[in-house]
Write a protein that binds this ligand. Structure first.
Ligand code: GUN
Length: 286
């Protein structure tokens, strides 16, 4: 058996086309162009590519985009001062600080400094709390993209055994909440989980975001499971591989490719959140 591929590339194209129309209609009615500011500190190659792709996506959709490239040695004070000015800027509705940050800067302080109404990553404690309570403004981009991929494949988490491997604040934890919100029965596994395979073998829906190349092997997957591979890892010979080993597609009923699976969806969800942030701005101004 070979699994059906759940293409994030294709779904992203469709969603971005719709977002573009929605954004155009919003701008016609409100006179406001959605605006996103992305800040990158340092020159991490992967982060540089992500930031460039975010900027390109903005331009494709007709959004206003600002990219602030700060040197590696930027102080926390300098970064907080830039965020404070963007918080006040009327043409900017979404602010994203690319993570990770250099060690002299506290991620927590930076995330807290972003106005919650402009926090299109949904990392601010206020937005995280809202998600926990089921009353959200924005959903975090990667987990929201995963939910869209599942929906596009006709997979409803209701009543299913959902296993999330990884417990990061960016993916694993919010992913578990979103699956729970959709009435899945959710287990979160992590680096200290005993008998990981025992858990993953129960999963009807398996979401893997552990950041280790080909960590989940075919023998850990329940036949017929739907597998979402959030990982993007570069091997020593320069190849991109996921957190799930290639043979998984012989066991799963559906699986996301790497690249072209979750990756493009993350940016699409960021574009959706930026339009939502512009709507929030328009409503507050009215
Ligand atoms: N670094 C890796 N993923 C993300 C993300 O979703 N948002 C931000 N800001 N940084 C990241």
């Amino acid at each position: 058996m070979s699994a059906k591929l759940i293409s994030g590339k294709q779904l992203s194209l469709e969603l971005r086309e719709k977002l573009k129309k929605d954004a155009e209609a919003f701008t016609r009615e409100s006179g406001i162009t959605p605006g996103l500011a992305v800040i990158i500190v340092g020159t991490d190659p992967a982060s540089t590519v992500y930031v460039r792709n975010k900027h390109r996506a903005c331009l494709e959709l007709g959004y206003y985009s600002e990219v602030h490239e700060l040197p590696e040695e930027t102080t926390e004070k300098e970064l907080l001062s830039l965020i404070a000015s963007l918080n006040e800027k009327e043409t900017i509705h979404g602010i994203l600080v690319q993570l990770p940050l250099p060690k002299q800067i506290s991620e927590e302080s930076v995330i807290r400094a972003i106005r919650p109404e402009k926090d299109v990553d949904a990392f601010h404690p206020e937005n995280v709390g809202r998600i926990l309570l089921g009353n959200y403004r924005f959903l975090p981009c990667t987990p929201a993209g995963v939910m869209e991929l599942l929906a596009s494949a006709g997979v409803d988490p209701k009543g299913k055994e959902c296993v999330v491997v990884g417990r990061s604040n960016i993916v694993g934890k919010p992913q578990a909440l979103l699956l729970l919100e959709k009435n899945g029965t959710v287990t979160v596994c992590h680096s200290r989980t005993a008998n990981l395979k025992e858990h993953t073998l129960c999963a009807d829906i398996l979401v893997v975001a552990i950041g280790r190349p080909e960590f989940i092997t075919p023998d850990m997957i329940k036949p017929g499971a739907v597998v979402i591979d959030v990982g993007i890892n570069r091997t020593p010979d320069g190849k991109l591989v996921g957190d799930v080993a290639a043979g998984a597609s012989e066991v799963a009923s559906a699986i996301t490719p790497v690249p072209g699976g979750v990756g493009p969806m993350t940016i699409t969800m960021l574009m959706k959140n930026t339009l939502e942030a512009a709507r929030i701005f328009a409503e507050r101004r009215a």
